[in-house]
Design a protein around this ligand. Structure first.
Ligand code: AMP
Length: 389
């Protein structure tokens, strides 16, 4: 998730920059000013309470703001992130925002201050007043709004300086220049976020070898549940013995075992660029678990890839593998191979469909040599990394 707050006096260009950012980064736009104007137009209780204060250029009470904002944030839990425009405007609102973000297991990445001299604000707002139809865009109210800004809103900056997430740009520059400066700050934030890929494919599609090679090429951590489980078997742990028995029957390992191993893995890797998950999630339940685990680390899935190979080719590959020393305990017989393919079809294909709706799944042709397929999967990851920039 990417959560950014745009800060600045009235007329700093927060609205203009917001429009640009929400489109570029697919964020949910939260403008408390717009939300209040909607409440007023709908003549709700909150709207009626706020109306006169806005008309006079004052700040609406934190009590009203918290009500309108909580509703909007909790209605968008699947959002890519939030762009806050005109919020927080008081020290109390900064605390409110922190609490709301925590509730969603996330945090504000940065607050960007669009610095504009007071006279420039007044000039812009008077110009906007000629066409905006806003009752608060006239000189007397504008002066009031600026006074409120200086007294109540400016002190908020210290809150973010203390947390080390305060950033500033020259908001008096031409729009294009401000856009570039804001983008550079956001890019910087994004480059610090984890890039997480989920790699799907039927057994025999080559997802394991592709996943390992992709992880190495792009400096990501390879998280494959298969090898983690094998490790337990080899170590002869209690969990390992249970896993071995399940493998014999071609069954999936229960979630409470897998989740512990993944959690241990995520907790044990610091300072990584991101993860490639292979062989997980395999069921819808596991997809919810993975979302939760990533959220706990302030992260989310960045890209989903599916390697496609026709069924007959899969069977041919798995059968060939079963006759070499690379034979896995779960492909020692045709019956086991068929069972595994069936498990994928009945349990994992619905997960891919779900991810397709949520994130879009990039399909990659898995036919050809390892290098052919690697060129394709690499290009997809490369594009994914680039699209964040
Ligand atoms: P804006 O559209 O952001 O310029 O906001 C217009 C008016 O709505 C402000 O002058 C305030 O009266 C009110 N308002 C908007 N956001 C807030 C907020 N976060 N806290 C208090 N009042 C707000």
């Amino acid at each position: 998730m990417l959560n950014v707050a745009l800060f600045g006096p009235p007329g700093a260009g927060k609205g203009t920059q917001s429009e640009f950012l929400i489109r570029k980064y697919n964020l949910s736009h939260i403008s408390t000013g717009d939300l209040l104007r909607k409440e007023i137009a709908a003549k709700t209780r909150l709207g009626l309470e706020a109306q006169n204060i806005i008309r006079a250029g004052g700040l609406v009470s934190d009590e009203i703001i918290v009500q309108i904002i909580e509703k909007t944030i909790t209605e968008n839990p699947e959002s890519n992130g939030f762009l806050f425009d005109g919020f927080p405007r008081t020290y109390i609102q900064a605390y409110i925002l922190e609490g709301l973000m925590l509730k969603l297991h996330t945090a504000l990445n940065c607050l960007i201050n669009l610095q504009v001299p007071e006279e420039e604000s007044v000039r812009r707002l008077l110009k906007r007043g000629e066409t905006s139809g806003r009752s608060d865009d006239n000189e007397q109210v504008i002066r009031n709004r600026l006074r409120e800004y200086n007294e109540k809103t400016l002190p908020v900056l210290q809150f973010y300086r203390d947390r080390g997430i305060y950033r500033a740009v020259d908001g008096a520059a031409p729009i294009g220049e401000v856009e570039r400066a804001v983008t550079a700050l956001v890019q910087d934030e994004l480059s610090q976020q984890l890039f997480n890929v989920v790699l799907f494919g039927y057994p025999g599609s080559g997802r394991g070898s592709q996943g390992r090679a992709l992880a190495e090429k792009f400096g990501l951590e390879y998280v494959a549940t298969g090898p983690m489980l094998d490790h337990e078997i080899r170590a002869g742990t209690e969990i390992g013995r249970r896993i071995a028995a399940l493998y014999e029957n071609g069954q999936l390992v229960p979630d409470e075992i897998v989740v512990q191993l993944i959690e241990k893995r995520l907790a044990g890797t610091r300072g990584v660029k991101g993860y490639i998950f292979k062989g997980y999630p395999r069921t819808l339940v596991q997809s919810y678990i993975l979302d939760g685990l990533l959220k706990k680390h302030g992260s989310a899935i960045s890209q989903v890839i599916e390697i496609e190979v026709p069924m007959l080719e899969l069977i041919r590959r798995l059968d060939a593998r079963s006759q070499t020393e690379r034979c896995m305990p779960y492909d020692t017989s045709t019956a086991k191979i068929v069972k595994r393919l069936h498990e994928h079809e009945s349990k994992t294909v619905p997960v891919i469909a779900k991810y397709n709706e949520l994130h879009g799944v990039v399909k990659v042709d898995g036919m050809g040599t390892f290098d052919d397929v690697f060129a394709r999967t690499s290009a997809v990851v490369e594009r994914g990394l680039r699209s964040r920039r």
